[in-house]
Design a protein around this ligand. Structure first.
Ligand code: ADP
Length: 239
């Protein structure tokens, strides 16, 4: 499970690097600007005014530095070697965070709709593993809508009587019938460069939380929809 996580991030590596270079470049430029402000103030002996301007620029630099470090921390968190760990979490928040991570480097026109239930109770899950499921399913959805006009991925959280439901739906071509039988089997892939591990691992993770990963394959103009159904209590612990 961890290896798959690392390899997914490895594939996202250049997008991540790009995302980090932006704030780091901004920081450099802001710091140069501060240097210039001071040099100019020294010449003109306007130190009060320069201090204020320099402080404002330093604030911007600080914010960019925080952004860069938040990205690094998020990635490190996902790659870290550690055992499975269940704890009560705000489910929407961890899904949101995982989405931000997959969206790094994706072009903006790609429309991700977050439709989160407001009244979710806290659930006891392994947050990193659940985020891995989100990353896997959303990356698959992105690949499915690559050629699509009006591409859309809808991520929903909701509740039924005894379950928390996480649904990821796209408006791609759906899953061909002949792929369905072994869709969740490891090393079965419909892509030239695919490993065929994403769905197998996602299902293992959801099952280890006592839940099920279901698929509505779509087709005939409908995209695929994956639903993770997690019981609100009584998770067992198989991994
Ligand atoms: P990989 O992405 O490495 O192929 P997965 O186990 O994640 O491995 O997916 C297996 C296959 O299922 C994919 O290769 C693809 O053919 C199909 N698939 C998964 N998600 C979707 C989707 N949202 N729409 C269409 N096909 C999908």
């Amino acid at each position: 499970i961890r290896l798959a996580r690392v390899s997914a991030l490895d594939e996202m590596g250049s997008a991540l690097a790009h995302e980090l270079i932006q704030p780091l470049t901004a920081i450099m430029l802001y710091l140069q600007a501060v240097g210039r402000e001071f040099a100019r103030a020294k010449e003109a002996q306007h130190s009060q005014e320069a201090d204020e301007r320099a402080n404002a620029i330093l604030d911007k630099a600080r914010r960019e530095a925080q952004r860069a470090s938040a990205i690094v921390q998020r990635v490190r968190h996902l790659v870290e070697k550690r055992g499975p760990e269940r704890k009560p979490v705000d489910f929407n928040a961890i899904v949101d965070d995982a989405l931000d991570l997959v969206l790094i480097g994706q072009d903006r026109s790609r429309n991700v709709v977050r439709d989160f239930a407001a009244d979710l109770p806290q659930v006891e899950v392994d947050p990193v593993q659940i985020q891995q499921v989100v990353v896997n399913l959303v990356r698959n959805a992105f690949e499915a809508i690559r050629q699509q006009d009006n591409a859309k991925v809808i991520v929903t959280t909701s509740l039924d009587d005894r379950h928390l439901l996480l649904s990821i739906e796209d408006n791609g071509p759906g899953i061909p019938h002949d792929r369905l039988a072994d869709l969740f089997q490891a090393f079965k892939t419909g892509k030239r460069s695919g490993m065929g591990l994403g769905l197998a691992i996602s299902r293992t993770i959801i099952q280890s939380h006592g839940g099920e990963l279901l698929v509505d394959p779509g087709g005939d103009g409908r995209g695929a929809r994956f639903v993770a159904r997690l019981p609100l209590s009584g998770f067992d612990d198989r991994i």
